[in-house]
Design a protein around this ligand. Structure first.
Ligand code: HEC
Length: 412
């Protein structure tokens, strides 16, 4: 037994994460519920006598399951567990476990109160992109859908039916059925697509093509590109006004905030922003009169959209990140990919509050009632859930590799 555990350790160390074969992940995850009591749903075992399965080679897992099934490898528990498994079950399970992050037990324990997602703190359905897994994960009833080689930004249509996610390395946008994860289309857009947003009437999506300096307009009914709107250098993300007549685009090349007339499908002006470098992500106040713009260095600018003046610049954590105005308008939240905390800005007092969440917080989004803030902690592979009543991290939920962006139904 001792020798066995030692051998497992070496095998786990020697194995490498395999990025292919995602076909059975979704099925495997469901089937793995029966194994979770011992091996953990995330493949990290709950006791020292039980091997970790996360990130193990798929072929090895497959051969061990077959050996347990045929009883050529003897272990009463596993022989019983494998007895009823079909060839397909084994393939799905091996695919699922091999797809998981091979985290040491210590790291999992260090993640303060790791837990599972429930509808209490996820009152709306929420979809998280995992950049390096090239997948989207649905919360609270977790399901993983494979997309392009990188899944970066995502958005949900207002009716909650479709998920759009950009793959900047493939120059495509993936369209999934938001409930089942069925892949409905893979649409080619411009060069290096980043942010994606859906108009309030649900008719079109804007995709910011950072390298080709334009916006692709995707018709949601036909899932075809119907227009391309030239902007200025480095469009990164955008945000429609409540009535959908305008869309603001962050121009990371430095020009500021582009203003698009959505009817004319034309950029009609650029609002320069002083005191920040590289406008990156943005959100609008509830009345859509103010834009909060996050740069790639460590600032958030408050831009008055009527006067075009930058009213304030606040210091936040280092590096680029997402930004969200909580739907009740109370807070502006932003991450910091080169830091360990999120900044929560009180929109009344402009006081900035830091909350430690872990390494590399990027995407942030709040629930519709503003009670919960979700943070994609990219380098720890967890989603941190902040309770805004206590301003404490209530949970950390393990996900795939490099969680990046969060889309919450009802919070544009
Ligand atoms: C009651 C606890 C328990 C349950 C439930 C359980 N296992 Fe195991 N599993 C073990 C133990 C203990 C071992 C180590 C067996 C040994 O020493 O040979 C093991 C070993 C394995 C191995 C071999 C790992 C290696 O590194 O060689 C695989 C693969 C495996 N289990 C998969 C599964 C799958 C898939 C399920 C669910 C269908 C499952 N197990 C359910 C306890 C369990």
């Amino acid at each position: 037994m001792k020798a066995n555990i030692f051998t497992y350790g070496l095998l786990i160390l020697a194995s490498s994460f395999s990025m292919n074969a995602y076909a059975g992940i979704q099925e495997g995850r469901i089937k793995a519920e029966n194994c979770a009591g011992c091996h953990g749903l995330n493949g990290i075992s709950l006791s020292p006598e039980i091997p970790n399965l996360a990130g193990q080679k798929q072929l090895y897992l497959m051969s061990q399951l077959k050996a347990f099934h045929a009883q050529t490898r003897k272990n009463p528990t596993m022989n019983a567990m494998a007895e009823g498994l079909s060839h397909e079950d084994m393939t799905d399970l091996a695919t699922y476990y091999s797809s998981l992050e091979r985290q040491p037990v210590k790291a999992i324990k260090a993640a303060s109160s790791s837990g599972t997602a429930t509808s209490k703190e996820f009152p709306e359905t929420t979809w998280i992109t995992m950049k390096k897994s090239g997948a989207v994960e649905r919360f609270p009833n977790q399901m993983i859908w494979k997309g392009g080689s990188n899944m970066l930004y995502d958005a949900v249509t207002p009716d909650g039916k479709l998920i759009l996610a950009t793959s900047p390395t493939d120059n495509t946008v993936y369209v999934f059925d938001a409930k089942t994860g069925r892949k409905l289309a893979v649409v080619t857009v411009g060069d290096a697509p980043k942010g994606v947003k859906v108009s309030p009437d649900g008719k079109v999506a804007y995709i910011a093509n950072q390298k080709s300096a334009n916006i692709s307009v995707l018709d949601i009914k036909t899932l075809k590109i119907t227009a391309t709107i030239p902007v200025k250098t480095g469009p990164h993300n955008c945000r429609f006004t409540k009535d959908g007549s305008l869309a603001y685009v962050t121009l990371q090349g430095g020009a500021g905030l582009g203003v698009i007339d959505t009817k004319a499908q034309k950029m009609i002006r650029v609002i320069p922003i002083s005191g920040i470098q590289g406008p990156h992500n943005l959100d609008l106040s509830a009345d859509t009169k103010i834009a909060y713009v996050r740069d790639i260095v460590k600032h958030v600018a408050v831009v008055n959209l009527r006067t075009g003046k930058t009213e304030k610049v606040m210091n936040v954590g280092h590096g680029h990140a997402g930004l969200d105005v909580t739907p009740n308008g109370r807070y502006v939240v932003t991450g910091a990919i080169a830091d360990t905390y999120v900044s929560i800005i009180d929109t009344q007092s402009f006081k900035v509050h830091h909350i430690e969440v872990g390494n590399g917080p990027h995407g942030v989004r709040a629930s519709n009632d503003g009670r919960w803030i979700y943070v994609a902690v990219s380098k720890d592979n967890v989603i941190a859930v902040i309770n805004t009543l206590t301003m404490k991290v209530e949970k950390k939920i393990a996900v795939g590799k490099f969680p990046f962006w969060i889309a919450v139904q009802g919070n544009p």
